[in-house]
Every structure is written in C-alpha cells, then in structure tokens.
Design a protein around this ligand. Structure first.
Ligand code: PLP
Length: 398
C-alpha cells in the first residue's frame, strides 16, 4: 500500500496530511502527483465506455468531468476539511456561483454577511435577481439579526468569517444551530483562514468553499476555487452543476496548487506570527486611528476568534487618522508591500477596499458594512518581519 493511503488516517497531524494525503496510485509510484494534461481518456472497450458513462466504473472520461491530477487535489482538500469530497472549480467566484446556481431555485432567498467578498454579493444582487433569487445582507456578527432576516423562502445562510475587509468574526456554531433549526444550508467562505486555521464543517456547516487563489495555493500564480460539502447528496448536486457550467479547473493548475499546498502550515505559521508583530506596531503608531486584527485583545471578538480559529491569520485592517488622503499617501509610499489586491501569497500586499475590491458596493451599503474610506487592508507575507515593519514605518513617516 502506498504511504499516501496510510497517512489518510485521522490521527495524523495536519502538516503530515499536507505532505502525505495528496498522493496518487499510479503505476510508477510517483512521489508527487503527475500532471495529466489531457482533455480526454480512451476506453478499453465499448462496454467499458458505457460503464464509465453509467457511473459503474471509476474510469476517467473527459477532463471537464474528472481528471486524475484534479481529483488528487479534490481528495486532499476533502480530507483537510473533513468533508465528503471536493469539487474543484476555475476560481473562488466560480465556487460561489456554482453554489448559488446548484442549490437555489427561482424565488429562493439567501441571507449573508454584508461585508463579504464584493463580487460574491455583487453577482447576487445585480445578476441573479434576473432569475428570481432574493437576498438579504446583514451584519452576521449579531446572530439575532440572522433570525430576524429569515423568511419562509430562505434556503441558504452564507457566511464569511473573518469578513472581508472588516475582519469581523461571525459565530459559526451559533449559525449552525440557527441553520439547523430553520432548515437552511450553512455555507462558509473559508478563504481567509484556509483549512489550517478553521474547519467550518466540524463546527456544523454544510458546505465550505475556498478561493484557492489565496492561502491554499499561496504563490500568487493561479486563480482557482474549491467547494467541499459534508454530505454526498450535496456533493453530487454541486459536482453536476460544475460539470454543466463548465467551470472546471485545469490539470496544470491543480498540479501547482498541490505543490503550493504542501507548505500551507509553515507559510501560515510564519505569516501570522509576523502579522501579530505588525498589528502591534500599527496599534501603537500615533498616526493609526484604529486597527482590527483577530489576534489583538482590542478586537471586539477576540474571544470568539480564539474559540473557532486555530490562529489569528495574516490579514489586518486599519485606518489612519488622516482618512482617505493619508491612506492614499501610505499606499503610494510603501516600497516592499505590493499595492495589489488578493492575499494569502508569500508577498505582503496592501490595498484600499473602498476604491478597489469593494468599489462596486454602493456607498450606502459600504457604510452599513463598515467598509469606510480610511480602511486599509494588509495581507502579510513571509518576508522578514523587520523589513515589513520598516517599510510601513518609513511610508507612515512621509
Ligand atoms: C478572492 C476571494 C474570493 C474570490 O476568489 P477568486 O479566486 O478571485 O475568484 C472569494 N472570497 C474571498 C474571501 C476571497 O478573498
């Protein structure tokens, strides 16, 4: 038996699973998963082809439907999130839209965090209303608001925690209880944490998804997503929707993600250790008006973050006393941090959500969601922390 199969057992530590649970059983006993860069697969016989299509054989048919490299990644993430299986897709947004289209019907209602990833809200409010989908965006940190928002046609409770870019934390166990009581499906965007820091399925969620563009791949060189449901029925529905929408991943991309994933634990350990130091530096800086980082005691949900997350992550939001003018000056003056959207890579990134990632959200909704004009979002990388701090210190002094 291959080591990969032995290491799938539940007693292995997370980092051991990262290294050993992503294997493949090929004829050469390859140490890493090869890239099966093929669009189609031939059958031994007409009967075998028919069996593959009937789902009676495990044989591969066509890469949009399934591919060994992609499946190795899907299996590994299902292990890491304790789900039934993984459905890899072409982007994090493809994960969100596959969930919307796979699980909602005309007239269904979704309740979601107001400060979620901008486009995931934008597509729901601006496109899917055409198909009769209804939505309510609220501050889910206050779970009583969730119960108030529930309607007879509510189908999905869709949470992002920590929320982007406010770093607000939503109580996942409380959400799971509400979802169960009202027969809603609890969907969690776990991109900001990765399976290393938070496992929503273990806390009672039905479906977890990730933009693998971020921490899971970790090297800012691909765009991809994955959906991991807890149960087979949901997995079958979502897989079928992905196949029909055609938002599958590419085998070469899957290979790169499998490669990046091996170091997820050590990358996050390093980045979050640095993030805490950067957060402390910013908190004591005279020009900083406020800061939100789940690892600081000043975060209003410090306790909750500690309960449901295994670490504080590497995302920081803060505002400057000089407002947007001062923020813009900082963005223009940093040298080491790249002025760029995205996160979870090895390089430190800085951006201004109100004019960048969340620019399509209306002024009123931004204000309600706490996406203020002075908010700066920092994604800490794995450079030497003294250099990250020196860069910010210099830029703040100008
Ligand atoms: C980036 C991101 C997405 C969208 O992912 P893409 O891979 O860019 O499509 C969704 N949710 C969160 C929290 C993200 O950061």
């Amino acid at each position: 038996m291959l080591k990969h199969n032995i290491m799938k057992n539940e007693e292995s530590g997370f980092n051991t699973k990262l290294i050993h649970s992503g294997g493949i059983d090929d004829q050469f006993h390859s140490a890493t998963v090869p890239i099966y860069q093929t669009s189609t697969f031939s059958f031994d016989s007409a009967d075998e082809g028919a069996r593959c299509f009937a789902g009676e054989s495990e044989g591969y048919i066509y890469t949009r439907i399934g591919n060994p490299t992609i499946n190795a990644l899907e299996k590994q993430l299902a292990i890491l999130e304790n789900g039934y299986g993984g459905v890899a897709v072409s982007s994090g947004m493809a994960a969100a839209t596959t969930i919307y289209l796979g699980l909602m019907s005309q007239g269904d209602h979704i309740i979601s965090t107001d400060a979620i990833y901008g486009p995931a809200r934008g597509v729901m409010e601006k496109q899917f209303t055409r198909f009769g989908f209804q939505s309510t965006y609220i501050n889910t940190t206050d779970v009583t608001q969730i119960e108030k928002a529930i309607k007879p046609n509510s189908k999905i409770l869709y949470i992002e925690t920590p929320a982007n870019p406010t770093m607000d934390i939503t109580d996942l166990v409380a959400c799971a209880e509400i979802a169960k009581k009202h027969k809603l499906l609890l969907v969690v965007d776990n991109t900001f944490c990765s399976p290393y820091l938070q496992n929503p399925l273990d806390l009672g969620a039905d479906i977890v998804f990730h933009s693998m563009t971020k921490f899971i791949n970790g090297h800012a060189d691909i765009v991809a997503g994955i959906i991991i449901p807890r149960e087979k029925a949901m997995y079958d529905k979502l897989r079928n929707m992905m196949i029909n929408l055609g938002c599958n991943m590419d085998p070469h991309q899957a290979y790169l993600v499998l490669r990046g994933l091996k170091t997820l634990g050590i990358r996050i350990d390093r980045a979050q250790q640095s993030a805490l130091e950067v957060a402390k530096f910013l908190e004591s800086h005279p020009k900083v008006a406020w800061i939100k980082y789940p690892g600081l005691k000043s975060h209003p949900q410090f306790e909750l973050a500690n309960q449901q997350m295994k670490g504080s992550g590497s995302m920081i939001s803060f505002g400057l006393k000089g407002g947007y003018v001062a923020s813009k000056k900082l963005l223009d003056n940093v040298k080491l941090a790249l002025l760029a959207v995205s996160l979870g890579g090895v390089e430190t990134l800085i951006q201004h959500p109100a004019s960048m990632t969340h620019s399509k959200v209306s002024a009123e909704d931004k204000q309600k969601a706490g996406i203020t004009d002075d908010l700066i979002r920092l994604a800490i990388g794995i450079e030497d922390v003294k250099d990250i701090i020196a860069d910010l210190d210099k830029a703040l002094s100008l």
